[in-house]
Design a protein. Structure first.
Lengths: 123, 123
DNA sequence: TGTATTACTTGTGTTTTGCAAGTGTTAATG
DNA sequence: CATTAACACTTGCAAAACACAAGTAATACA
């Protein structure tokens, strides 16, 4: 059942570790998977299946959990799919799109310092 | 006992999830704590105690583990302390210093999108 | 020499993860 | 319109990672 998107009325910062913007960001996307989902969204992927098919092989329960957290954090939203279908699609909000420089910085670092990596992310 | 720094002869990329530079970076620093240690190093902190005293309160065993992983990953190295003492200090390598743009991007994002955060990181 | 500090390690219980399997819902096909 | 396939999840369970407290060994200082 596709969740009804209850939008979690208001649970802003239950336990923020510190007022540091870095710590605060990591509370939202500081793990092995979340930024890969955001990478995929930036690359134009938008559906559950798309994220599953990425080469890193995220488990479905982790993906569900992360999408929920990203939705609660205001980084993604669900919208009607681009094609005529009635299914929903995930999309970055402005807050999520603003993470592009973060992804770009990580990508550039990886390309320079981790031999054997190659980018799919443009720009 | 301060570890002898065995330097782990050669364990380059045991299990890389994909050739994506982002995924590869996250294998090294994709968690709640690692980038905070790097933040502290950029801020000029260099000793075990310094990291412990950061407001987020990293547990000591996690700190030990992360420092070891960062050393194995070539992001930090141990050098004689600046003061006369015989104790060691942690320092970023060139590879570690190259993560500055990543930290800067996360900081800027947090400052803009997470209300109530304030930066210690300059530049 | 004694005490405090530093830099850890170890132990224990809790939480998170990874994997497989199952479930309801929508889309495609005959 | 009935079946089937694909999709978007949820559930269960073992294994790993985490958080917290306590303990230990080596400096540093008095």
């Amino acid at each position: 059942m596709p969740r009804k998107t209850p939008a979690k009325s208001s649970a802003p910062a239950p336990t923020r570790r510190s007022p540091c913007p870095v710590a605060c960001g990591l509370d939202l996307f500081g793990d092995k998977w979340t930024l890969l989902i955001i990478r995929d969204l930036i690359l134009g992927r938008s559906r559950f299946k798309d994220f599953i098919e990425s080469p890193e092989g995220i488990p479905t329960n982790i993906l569900s959990d992360r999408l929920e957290r990203l939705r609660d954090g205001g980084i993604v939203q669900q919208i009607p799919a681009a094609d005529g279908s009635r299914r929903l699609a995930y999309q970055l909000t402005d807050k999520g799109l603003a993470l592009r420089p973060v992804l770009r910085a990580i990508r550039d670092w990886g390309l320079k310092w981790e031999p054997g990596t190659r980018a799919n992310l443009e720009g």
